[in-house]
Design a protein around this ligand. Structure first.
Ligand code: GDP
Ligand code: IMO
Ligand code: MG
Length: 431
């Protein structure tokens, strides 16, 4: 199969290890494109024992001579971006990495972050319950985008347009802060100066990502579209309303990465060998006791963005098969298999029981999914350390059977297995 143009997405609730798989694949890729989300993402890459966490930048920034694109589908927090570029080592210019930020990407303003926090507080107080957002202003920024009043990256370098947009935004937002939430609003001049400063910083990177990607396709380059969050956090296909505000599924790459659907050759689903979730919302296979604690400890399951402990549980094949369908996954990258070494009483969920009815398919209904109880299949566990395995045959039989079960259940090939966080810690059977 021609696999020059690939999209990689999270097949669960985020934090599947997308960053590390992008880093492995980036070795043979010319262009890496982030297509949605913002600094709510935390993509970890470990190279030679050094940890890098990407929030807005694509996870291909560590390879020399690559092009990394921040697509039109993102919401960029310029403060975060500045910090991230500042902390990058090696520096992009030193290794010939070209960073391109789409003119059409949206900008997260301080009022979006404040609205995010206040809305969470209000949901806690009024009984509807918080979503458990990352507090990065993601929802309110996408609301402005779809309401056609957002500030785009290009506006930061057009002072007149910028001032007009900020004035209009504050005319709408300040009464919300003052009258609804009873807190002070924002000052136009201060915000304008701040945003102009961001413009100076961002200007060298600004460009037309549509043309860049088109040119890359025309010249036969290998392109990888990097998703953030995961299928079950997708605004349409996730466990609404406990989701993020963008399209994290493979289709999102077409819109947020500016490429027609027919041009994609392969969809890679990143799947963790067990499940985790950060924030609120349904998680049928969650283990709240000892097993959950052990998975969290062995897998170091703490948020890369917020540091929050991640909720942990068994692999959910019902949810995974849903992700395979919604995204059209052709190939699975299975991460963190090493974390299951020494976990006794290993289980995977192959169906749900919901109000007395057996479900083999994931219901995209908030009402139905909230009552899902897992029906488990017991799996033989293994205790050997597998972190040094580099070929499928090196794995203990029980671990191989675990991988085979995933392939059999999904009818999708597992093409990469993560056995540790480092760049080299993989078993690759080929995408
Ligand atoms: P992302 O948001 O999908 O990129 O995932 P995160 O970076 O938030 O979380 C994944 C975590 O697991 C990071 O700490 C990675 O370094 C780590 N990780 C990724 N793959 C593996 C693996 O195969 N084994 C182990 N032990 N850790 C892994
Ligand atoms: P990566 O790309 C895990 C979750 C939040 C919350 C919900 C909405 O690292 O996999 P938001 O701030 O987006 O409005 O929060 O989505 N969430 C993530 N969970 N990994 C992520 O990103 C996430 N980004 C958002 O915890 O439940
Ligand atoms: Mg993450």
């Amino acid at each position: 199969m021609n696999d020059r143009v690939r999209v990689l997405i999270g097949a669960q609730w985020g934090d599947e290890g997308k960053g590390r798989v992008v880093d492995v694949l980036a070795k043979d890729v010319d262009v890496v494109v982030r297509f949605q989300g913002g600094a709510n993402a935390g993509h970890t890459v470990v190279v030679e024992g050094r940890k890098h966490v990407f929030h807005i930048l694509p996870s291909g920034m560590l390879y020399p001579d690559r092009t990394c694109v921040i697509g039109n589908g993102l919401v960029i927090d310029p403060e975060e971006l500045k910090k991230e570029i500042g902390e990058l080592d090696p520096k992009p210019e030193a290794i010939g990495v070209k960073l391109l930020i789409s003119y059409a990407a949206h900008i997260v303003m301080p009022y979006h972050k404040k609205l995010d926090a206040l809305a969470e507080e209000a949901r806690s107080a009024n009984g509807s319950g918080p979503i458990g957002t990352t507090g990065r202003g993601i929802g309110p920024c996408y609301v402005d985008k779809y309401n056609r009043i957002g500030v785009r990256a290009e506006d930061l370098v057009s002072p007149e347009i910028l001032r007009k947009k900020l004035l209009a935004a504050l005319q709408e937002k300040n009464p919300i802060f003052e009258k609804i939430y009873g807190v002070p609003g924002f000052d136009l001049d201060e915000l304008y100066e701040l945003a102009l400063g961001w413009g100076k910083f961002i200007e060298p990177y600004l460009g037309d990502s549509t043309l860049e990607i088109d040119a890359a396709i025309a010249s036969g380059k290998n392109i990888l579209f990097e998703g953030a969050q995961g299928t079950l956090l997708d605004i349409d296909h996730g466990t609404y309303p406990f989701v993020t505000s963008s399209s994290c599924v493979s289709g999102g790459a077409s819109i947020g990465g500016a490429l027609g659907p027919g041009r994609f050759n392969q969809v890679i689903g990143v799947v963790k060998a067990y499940c985790t979730r950060v924030g609120e919302g349904p998680f049928p296979t969650e283990e709240r006791g000892e097993v959950g604690d052990k998975l969290r400890k062995n897998g170091v399951e703490f948020g890369a963005t917020t540091g929050r402990p991640r909720r942990c549980g068994w692999l959910d094949l019902v949810a995974l098969n849903y992700a395979v369908k919604v995204n059209g996954i052709d190939s699975i990258a299975l991460t963190k298999l090493d974390v299951l070494s020494g976990i006794d009483g290993l289980k995977v969920c192959d169906a749900y029981e919901i109000d007395g009815v057996k479900y083999s398919a994931f219901p995209n209904s908030a009402t139905i999914i909230q009552n899902a109880k897992p029906i488990y299949r017991e799996m033989p566990s293994w205790s050997d350390d597998i972190s040094r395995c580099r070929a499928f045959g090196d794995l203990p039989k029980e671990a191989r059977d675990y991988v085979r079960l995933i392939e059999d259940s999904t009818s999708v090939k597992v093409s990469l297995i993560g056995v540790g966080p480092g760049r080299e810690d993989t078993i690759q059977t080929g995408f």
